[in-house]
Design a protein around this ligand. Structure first.
Ligand code: NDP
Ligand code: 2IT
Length: 443
């Protein structure tokens, strides 16, 4: 049995009840197999056994008091996965579905994603099963303060730098930053995605969505195509989805559908993003409210957004939101490209459909790396105690996404798998981390 297969089997056996982690593991190790198994030094150095095991995983109790005066308790997580190329870096997710499996799949992916950015950041992820939806600002603050009261001892500007993810935006980052600063009595760049007035980077808010579209446009350009004039469907209507929609529109595409966990809207004339921003960023409302702004649009409850005919699909909501049946439907309806703004939105079977049908498919760890890359730019600005302009950051982001595309395309080609960017991203991300691990000895 090959080295990769042995590690895959053993890791699956050692981590029962972690389906999302096993899914990410299976995708990554199976695409790395030919590359890794042809190079015995990786086995000798136990690179895969070390890569799949987090350096540290912290699970903690988060007690807080709700508005009725009752004590509530949530689970908190931080998985510090790999620090071979830099301090642990990755988002914090607040969503009722959060489990160790979800945080581990995200952290594992993050190692390779962060490597692809070309910047010195290791991989980590954290979160809680706390649901900020429907909570008052005071409740969210109480939760965030309690969360950081444990987390603070494990993080730091040169140790581990968390950021936002699902359910964690500027409001939550602000509350966590304030509590961290109060406890350690230091004003340092320990979190990214901070408000602009206290050390945040311009363009971080936009970065994941913008970066996704920059990468998709690079991929299309390399195949003599462009987003201009294309019909696009974006799932989700959170941070990533909104700025992916904005950039796609500014490049001349027509975005006709967006969604949330309740259902999706279809607007044949093109999404009115001012309305979506007001509903989501200001009112924290539901996407179903969109029809009161645009009566000609149609709201459909439930899943089903992938049945909307489009040229380009951008899943920007959550893991496993796009199944094999959805992929087949998209292909049947003529999709030419898929860019994953979310982490692991396509199931393994859906990915296989896209690859076998030669659809241009940009996997999340490459396509959504613009967010964490810009977080690393925020870290640089914090260390230098200066701020770049929006354009400076945006230009750097654009250059990073172009270089990610070039690297994953080159790695795919070198592996004899031209245009298989899943393999390309995994190999390109892995190579650098493995080299750093070997250089640093058995740690
Ligand atoms: P937000 O919380 O801002 O938005 C999440 C969106 O996805 C909402 O519209 C939400 O709908 C929807 N959604 C979440 N969970 C589910 C679910 N279980 N079923 C259906 N819809 C769901 O998060 P982000 O935009 O920040 O994150 C979206 C994705 O992008 C995630 O996969 C995240 O890991 C990934 N990502 C984020 C980055 C960032 O910088 N923020 C960077 C790289 C990747 P509802 O409001 O109804 O729950
Ligand atoms: O999944 C991700 O890359 C993020 N949520 C962003 C992480 C970060 O540190 O900016």
């Amino acid at each position: 049995m090959s080295y990769t297969q042995k590690v895959l089997d053993a890791t699956i056996q050692k981590n029962p009840g972690e389906p999302e982690f096993v899914q990410a593991l299976t995708e990554i190790l199976s695409t790395l197999a030919p590359f890794v198994d042809a190079r015995p030094e990786y086995e000798k150095h136990g690179i895969l056994e070390r890569l799949v095991e987090p350096e540290r995983a912290i699970i903690f109790r988060v007690p807080w008091v709700d508005d009725a005066g009752k004590v509530q308790v949530n689970k908190g997580y931080r998985v510090q996965y790999n620090s071979a190329i830099g301090p642990y870096k990755g988002g914090i997710r607040f969503h009722p579905s959060v489990s160790l499996s979800i945080i581990k799949f995200l952290g594992f992916e993050q190692i390779l994603k962060n490597s692809l950015t070309g910047l010195p950041i290791g991989g980590g992820k954290g979160g809680s099963d706390f649901d900020p939806k429907g909570k008052s600002d005071r409740e969210v603050m109480a939760f965030c303060q309690s969360f950081v009261t444990e987390l603070y001892r494990h993080i730091g500007a040169d140790t581990d730098v968390p950021a936002g993810d699902i359910g964690v935006g500027a409001r939550e980052i602000g509350f966590m930053y304030g509590q961290y600063k109060r406890i350690v009595n230091r004003f340092e760049g320990v979190l990214t995605g901070k408000g602009i007035v206290y050390g945040g980077s311009l363009a971080r808010k936009e970065a994941t969505g913008f970066g996704l579209v920059y990468l998709v446009e690079e991929m299309l350009k390399a195949h003599k195509k462009t987003l201009k004039g294309k019909t696009v469907v974006v799932s989700g209507s959170g941070n990533v989805a909104i700025y992916a929609c904005q950039k796609a529109q500014s490049l001349g595409a027509k975005v006709v559908a967006m969604s949330d966990s309740g259902g999706y809207i279809f607007d044949a004339d093109g999404i009115d993003l001012v309305a979506v921003k007001e509903i989501k960023e200001v009112k924290r409302g539901r996407i179903s409210d969109y029809v009161s702004y645009r009566p000609a649009a149609v709201y459909t409850e439930g899943k089903g957004i992938w049945g909307v005919k489009c040229d380009v699909a951008l899943p920007c909501a959550t893991q496993n939101e796009l199944t094999e049946a959805d992929a087949k439907l998209l292909v049947k309806n003529g999709v030419i490209a898929v860019g994953e703004g979310a982490n692991m939105p396509s199931t393994l079977e859906a990915t296989e459909v896209f690859l076998s049908k030669k659809i241009l498919f940009a996997p999340g760890k490459a396509a959504n790396a613009g967010g964490v890359a810009t977080s690393a730019l925020e870290m640089s600005q914090n260390s230098m105690r200066l701020s770049w302009t929006f354009d400076e950051v945006d230009q750097k982001l654009k250059a990073i996404m172009a270089s990610i595309y070039a690297n994953i395309a080159a790695a795919a080609k070198e592996a004899g798998l031209e245009d298989n960017f899943v393999a390309g991203a995994n190999i390109a991300g892995f190579k650098k981390v493995a080299e750093a691990m070997i250089a640093q000895g058995t740690v």
